[in-house]
Write a protein that binds this ligand. Structure first.
Ligand SMILES: Nc1ncnc2c1ncn2[C@@H]1O[C@H](COP(=O)(O)OP(=O)(O)OP(=O)(O)O)[C@@H](O)[C@H]1O
Length: 286
């Protein structure tokens, strides 16, 4: 499968929310990273067909998705940034309802519900009221409804917001497993959410795609530019003024600063291995 986005542009009045976005995607997890307002939701809305691009087109296996109509939409699963659940439904009732909306044949409904609940480890919550599920379980139910139609393109908008660390890891594992035979596009501003599961990262800044590549390729961009230095408390402010300080960690009586800088910031600093967050900082805090 190949999903190709060509020269996508979106204007809201005078504001350009997406500018000449282009990418070619296939099976696997893609992390769409960007700060609030970068254009992630706009791009996703265009991709899943609920918003029209001002310019540009999307091709699935070479065919313009506009010509495919519902045949294209049938291949998509979507978890919105703020999913609305009917809290009085039981889990199975909610999924039955979603099956109806997705026009899944009646004869397949029970087996499909069983299948998706198993995929998201929610089988035990089959008869629980949606309102009684924890935040993490509810988000997994969100994934379950998104995969009811066995989509080969799964789009998740900020899916881990508000989840505790344990649920985050569980969520990541589910996404990793699902991506075996699907294209998963996961939009987030939380770098660790995609750092270890994405085969490629796309970084959006002010509506433009500013970087694309595997996490390793992106990290290479800042190789040799990330430094650790130990300073005294009364020096911190001066360092923060002069450098891109990524992190401040308290040690015994001193502080360890992580800095992104083209040159060694001082004789006391030593070079360290870059992370994806360092790449992010180098783009956004110049
Ligand atoms: N319907 C709209 N009308 C006007 N401007 C909009 C509309 N929707 C989004 N925007 C603007 O377009 C830009 C991109 O917004 P978008 O919601 O796509 O970003 P985002 O990366 O998803 O941000 P967030 O993480 O906060 O959801 C922002 O400046 C936003 O204010």
């Amino acid at each position: 499968m190949e999903l190709r986005l060509e020269h996508i542009k979106k204007r809201y009045g005078k504001q350009c929310a997406l500018d000449d976005f282009g990418a070619t995607l296939s099976e696997g997890v893609y992390g769409l990273l960007g700060h609030n307002g970068a254009g992630k939701t706009t791009l996703i809305s265009i991709l899943i067909g609920i918003l029209e691009a001002t310019e540009g087109r999307i091709l699935l296996d070479g065919v313009d998705v506009k010509q495919m109509g519902t045949r294209y939409l049938d291949r998509i699963g979507y978890l919105p940034q703020y999913p609305l659940f009917y809290k009085n439904f039981r889990t199975d009732e909610f999924l039955k309802y979603m099956c109806a909306l997705k026009a899944i044949p009646r004869s397949l409904v029970s087996s499909r519900i069983e299948e998706v609940l198993e995929q998201v480890n929610l089988t035990a919550a089959y008869k629980k009221r949606v309102g009684a599920l924890s935040g993490g379980m509810r988000q997994r139910l969100g994934i379950a409804q998104a995969i009811l139609n066995r989509p080969d393109i799964l789009v998740l908008d900020e899916p881990t917001a508000g989840l505790d660390p344990g649920e985050r890891i569980r969520f990541r594992n589910i996404i990793s497993r699902l991506s075996k035979d699907k294209l998963v596009l996961l939009a987030t501003h939380i770098v660790p959410d995609v750092e270890h599961i994405a085969k490629e990262i796309l970084i959006l800044n002010k509506g433009r795609l500013v970087m694309q590549g595997s996490p390793e390729q992106l990290e290479k961009q800042v190789e040799g530019k990330v430094w650790d230095v130990i300073v005294a408390e009364d020096e911190i402010e001066e360092w923060v003024e002069s450098y891109q300080v990524r992190n401040v960690k308290r040690l015994d009586g001193e502080f360890l600063l992580r800095i992104v800088s083209d040159e060694a910031p001082s004789g006391r600093s030593h070079q360290v291995r870059p992370s994806l967050e360092d790449v992010f900082l180098s783009i956004f805090e110049k």
